[in-house]
Design a protein around this ligand. Structure first.
Ligand code: PLP
Length: 391
């Protein structure tokens, strides 16, 4: 059985070049980047090269790049750091209802500590209207945090317009760009960003390493306390091997982006069109133009997403639902609910996400398996049978 991996928004395979770049840092160049001897300086030089590689990818200065343990930490550090450093009797944060839990749950935790938070909704297309962000702003707003591309839908948010609003009012602007960096061009200057989170494992780098971009002059409190690593902004001995991998992944992403994105979009569209034409009662969720080139989110009426993902896995196709399994009950995805899908529609939705390494044969295999699996599951669905009898 051919195993087909279509869950690249969850994580990606390490690029072979990244693997090769990381190898010497396990057994040979194992110094601590803060040490002054030869071993330390080798590690430090490699970390600084990676800093330049990442900075170049997002059009930042190397000194504005802070290495973290991943996207989750960078999101937490942004929200908590800005709110804690801000002065004023009251503080207000604006974010959206479609953020990843790394932002959403951090915002909810901040809310419990007395900060007011506005969760702006997205339209049915999965895109937030800048006018809604503007309406949510208050004189005590200290931060706007809007993700760049949504992880479930791939929907790309209008950051440039929101960045302009933030600049005009002197409000800090953060984006969770974990899903967009490496897939589409990201320019912190053009988007008017003060803070940006990214994660290596979404762009063929290693897991457990990411970056918080902090624009020069931004005042935020560090999330954790310790030594003087990362210029006091993120203490802790640097994950040199991981950072080297992230740097290489960033360099590769920059080199391959135009070609990768064209290839992925063509394959993604073939997959989507194939499904829509072969599977009755299927539809695409979210905007089909303003989205990442690698992501397709579809709903299949009368199908239960979790069961569908398991059935596809048994036939070699790996994909995912946006649903989170909490306390035994499958909750519909908060993103799909926020764009107005009914719980049954949200529960019937599945995400397919491609990468640089997805082959045409993978899409062919998926198109063989998906329609037949839907048909088989519907054949045993009492709801489907009832609807078929009624129609
Ligand atoms: N933000 C988004 C949009 C994500 O998709 C993810 C990962 O799924 C994260 C944040 C968390 O990043 P990490 O896995 O590096 O902690």
């Amino acid at each position: 059985m051919r195993r087909v991996y279509l869950d690249n928004n969850a994580t990606t395979v390490l690029a072979p070049e990244v693997f090769a770049a990381m190898q010497p840092f396990w057994l040979e160049n194992y110094g601590n980047a803060s040490s002054i001897h030869w071993f330390g300086q080798k590690a430090k030089a490699a970390v600084e090269t990676a800093r330049e590689q990442v900075a170049k990818l997002i059009h930042a200065r190397p000194s504005e790049i802070v290495f973290t343990s991943g996207g989750t930490e960078a999101d937490n550090a942004s929200l908590v750091g800005i709110v804690e450093a801000a002065r004023g009797a009251t503080k207000h944060l604006v974010t959206t209802a479609i953020e990843h839990h790394a932002v959403l749950h951090t915002a909810k935790s901040i809310e419990k500590n007395g900060v007011t938070v506005s969760f702006v909704r997205a339209g049915a297309n999965g895109i937030v209207d800048p006018a809604d962000i503007e309406r949510a702003l208050r004189p005590d707003t200290v931060l706007i945090s809007v993700m760049h591309a949504n992880n479930e839908l791939g929907a790309i948010q209008p950051l440039e317009e929101i960045g302009r609003l933030a600049r005009e009012r002197d409000i800090y602007f953060h984006t969770d760009a974990v899903q967009s960096v490496g897939k589409i061009p990201v320019d912190v200057e053009r988007l008017g960003l003060d803070l940006l989170s990214l994660s290596a494992h979404k762009l063929h780098g290693p897991k457990g390493v990411g970056v918080l971009y902090i624009r020069k002059g931004t005042i935020l409190k560090p999330l954790i306390h310790g030594g003087h690593d990362e210029r006091d902004r993120r203490p802790g001995t640097e994950n040199v091997t991981g950072i080297v991998g992230l740097g290489k992944a960033a360099e590769l992403a920059r080199e391959h982006m135009a070609e990768d994105s064209e290839r992925m979009a063509a394959l993604r569209d073939r997959l989507e069109e194939g499904i829509l034409s072969k599977v009755p009662l299927s539809a695409v969720n979210g905007d089909r133009t303003q989205r990442l080139p690698n992501t397709a989110n579809l709903r299949f009426d009368y199908i239960e997403g979790e069961g569908f993902v398991i059935a596809l896995d048994l036939r070699g196709i790996a994909c995912s639902t946006g649903a989170a399994c909490s306390s035994g009950a499958v909750e519909p995805s908060h993103v799909l609910s926020a764009i107005g899908l009914r719980p049954d529609q949200a529960r019937s939705s599945v995400r397919f996400s491609l990468s640089r390494y997805t082959a045409a044969e993978d899409i062919d295999a998926a198109l063989e398996v998906i329609p037949a699996t839907v048909e088989r599951l519907r054949a045993v669905s009492p709801h489907y049978k009832k609807a078929a009898i009624a129609s």
